[in-house]
Design a protein around this ligand. Structure first.
Ligand SMILES: Cc1cc2nc3c(=O)[nH]c(=O)nc-3n(C[C@H](O)[C@H](O)[C@H](O)COP(=O)(O)OP(=O)(O)OC[C@H]3O[C@@H](n4cnc5c(N)ncnc54)[C@H](O)[C@@H]3O)c2cc1C
Length: 462
């Protein structure tokens, strides 16, 4: 089954890595076959969970796997929402949790980071030095830099600062047969050749294993301010966003919640949000004086449109407002046991028109829908809720999702702005890329991984 060698692949791995780095207990293998994907997916129990401690360990394990045709499933913290870290067949789960060191070069404003570093720990450290690493997925307290890079993760701040890809200057990775690939340099400007670094970011573990990344750091903004805007008409939200964008102020976050999202939060953990058709949470950052000026300008601009506005007057108030946005996940869990949370992106100009169209889909399938997200960059979380105990409801939700993606693509959008394709959105990637683009993706995958051993079954079918 595993080639002509007599030894089992796991025995060979123990031989080259040492027993302490290869766990074959059934409990561990089962535990490491899950991630945070909220819908049922087919998973396999891996042969072993491997815990490399260095780049050299990764080279050794990939060599064995390439010789023995063993699939490799890389894993960060397992917080992915599309099944990216889930083994799809008998193979190895490679957990990077022991590769968790980083080093900051203050003078160059860069950092060399191993993949298992927890995002928030890295961010807190660089902020203590006056620097800033902006990518802020809501899972930042437990997700890893490796997982963030593999998913090209983002969050509210990415409107102004860009997603993970903007901060990866270079990578060290292990690809086919255990070859070491080094891409990029610790410099901002580098236009030599094709940009393999950027190609690797967002490749979801399908091209190889990232063992180190050179990350760009920027100066930490000195101050922040938050404003809450309440809307009675959805159409006004789009108009307000356009006005803000043409006012010369660039918000560091521009978050949207529809009426159902507001209600869900208030039913779950009330923060005193008034009932409204929609709300925007707007954050500006920068030098303290300009933050005050910018927030005032947005406040006046919105008031002139007849929008109700409230500027957070203290750190506590600010945190309370953001806690409303951050508690949406559990708040939706409180409404129904099942949730399909898609992270579609639509050009901003179409959002006011598209949101009612999404609601029509929910109505057609008789399911509750809650919409919230990063309206500044058109990245919305369209949540279809259902009762897990009712098979028919689940099937209706799945059919509704197909229509959500069809609609997204009709509006020149993308099927994912944050969570990646993984297992759950594979079929829709072909819709987005078309045949020519899809064939190119396959060719790229096979260049890095001709045996299709890196995260097989994810993102594309080869
Ligand atoms: C409550 C919650 C909120 C979330 N909010 C956001 C959000 O706001 N924005 C967002 O972008 N995402 C969000 N996510 C999704 C998820 O947290 C991100 O995709 C995150 O980047 C995954 O990191 P991880 O370390 O958990 O990776 P995992 O889930 O373990 O893995 C993710 C992918 O990366 C691959 N991978 C991991 N390490 C490596 C490596 N070293 N080399 C190659 N491939 C590797 C895996 O194979 C998999 O395909 C959220 C998830 C949860 C549960």
């Amino acid at each position: 089954m595993f080639g002509i060698l007599k030894k089992k692949p796991t025995d060979r791995l123990i031989e080259v890595l040492g027993k302490g780095k290869v766990n074959t207990s059934l409990v561990e293998r089962k535990l490491y076959s899950y991630d945070a994907t909220p819908i049922p997916i087919e998973r396999a129990v891996p042969l072993a969970v491997v815990f490399p401690e260095s780049h050299e360990d990764v080279v050794k394990l990939v060599k064995v796997c390439y010789e023995e045709n063993v699939p490799i499933f890389p894993r960060g913290a397992g917080s992915g929402l599309t099944g990216g870290a889930v083994p799809t067949k008998e193979g190895l789960v490679v957990s990077f949790e022991r590769m968790n060191k980083f080093e900051v070069n203050l003078d160059n404003a860069t950092a060399e980071v191993q993949p298992g570093v927890i995002t928030s720990q890295f961010q807190n450290y660089v902020e203590s030095l006056g620097l800033f690493y902006p990518p802020d997925p809501s899972s930042f307290k437990y997700s890893t830099i490796g997982g963030n890079i593999a998913e090209n993760a983002g969050g509210p701040r990415c409107l102004k600062y860009g997603v993970t890809r903007e901060y990866v200057l270079g990578l060290t990775a292990v690809i086919k047969e255990g070859q070491t690939l080094k891409t990029g340099n610790p410099v901002i400007k580098d236009v030599a050749g094709y940009d393999i670094t950027k190609l690797f970011v967002g490749s979801e573990g399908t091209l190889g294993l990232i063992t180190s990344a050179t990350l760009k750091l920027i100066p930490k903004p000195k101050a922040r301010a938050t404003l809450l805007a309440l809307f009675n008409r959805l159409e006004d939200v789009g108009k307000a966003v356009t006005k803000i964008f043409t006012s010369g102020v660039f918000p560091s976050a521009l978050e949207f919640m529809d009426s159902e999202a507001i209600k869900a939060v208030e039913d779950y953990k009330p923060v005193g949000l008034p009932r409204a058709e929609a709300l925007l949470l707007i954050e500006v950052d920068g030098p303290p004086k300009s933050v005050l000026e910018d927030i005032k300008e947005i406040e006046e601009l919105l008031k002139s449109m007849g929008v109700e506005v409230k500027v957070a007057s203290s750190k506590e108030e600010e945190e309370k407002l953001w806690s409303a946005r951050k508690s949406l996940g559990p708040a939706l869990g409180n409404l129904r046991s099942g949730k399909i949370n898609e992270d579609i992106v639509i050009p901003r100009i179409y959002l006011s028109e598209a949101i009612p169209e999404f609601r029509k889909i929910a109505k057609k399938y008789n399911l509750p829908m809650v919409i919230f997200g990063h309206i500044g960059d058109g990245n919305l979380h369209v949540n279809l809720l259902y009762d897990k105990a009712k098979k028919q409801e689940e099937e209706r939700a799945e059919r509704a999702v197909d229509e959500v993606f069809e609609l997204t693509l009709r509006y020149a959008g993308s099927i994912t702005g944050e969570h990646g394709v993984g297992l759950t959105k594979k079929k829709f990637l072909r819709w987005q890329f078309g045949e020519v683009g899809y064939e190119l993706l396959k060719g790229i995958k096979l260049l890095f991984d001709p045996k299709n051993l890196f995260n097989p079954g994810k993102v594309i079918e080869v």
